[in-house]
Design a binder for this molecule. Structure first.
Ligand SMILES: [Zn+2]
Length: 157
């Protein structure tokens, strides 16, 4: 859902002439990396090298002046980033550096909130619903910030 929202905003913001079905299809493609969840404990398709490969594909299509293909690859890159962020916001996290390392990366489950005495407090997991600022929220803001920055960059070209 986050990937679909991100991709859709990108397409609209950049005034790309894509049909909504194209965007939905790309979002489904970005969900396809979840095949990984069932077979490989999210090792092979949930890492930064997949994102890097997609970004390089975008660059390659750009250099070859393949506008349509460049657009698809760019949107897919942004959608997969959204997918990884969501997967890292809960649970055990992701092996982001696989195959270089099997370390798990998860967004820190702490946030800033106000307690019943109206004092600002750093809270952990169970009390996160009371939080004003959570790491997940910060990352989501950064994610959409990136998308809007890409749109702004396109407008000033
Ligand atoms: Zn996933």
């Amino acid at each position: 859902m986050l990937s679909l929202a991100g991709g859709y905003i990108l397409v609209k913001g950049m005034r790309l002439d894509y049909k909504i079905w194209t965007v939905i299809l790309l979002a489904l493609l970005s969900v396809l990396i979840d095949e990984d969840h069932f077979w490989f404990q999210r090792l092979y398709l949930h890492n930064i090298f997949i994102v890097t490969a997609l970004a390089l594909a975008t660059l390659a299509f750009y250099l070859m002046k393949q506008e349509k293909a460049k657009g698809y690859a760019m949107i897919l890159t942004v959608m997969v980033i959204g997918h990884l962020l969501v997967d890292m916001s809960y649970g055990q996290g992701l092996h982001l550096m696989y195959p270089l390392s099997r370390d798990l990366y998860v967004l820190p489950q702490i946030g800033v909130g106000v307690n019943k005495d109206l004092q600002v407090e750093v809270a952990k997991s169970s009390s996160l619903t009371e939080c004003i600022i959570t790491p997940t929220g910060v990352v989501l803001a950064a994610y959409f910030g990136l998308i809007f920055a890409m749109i702004a960059a396109k407008k000033f070209q």
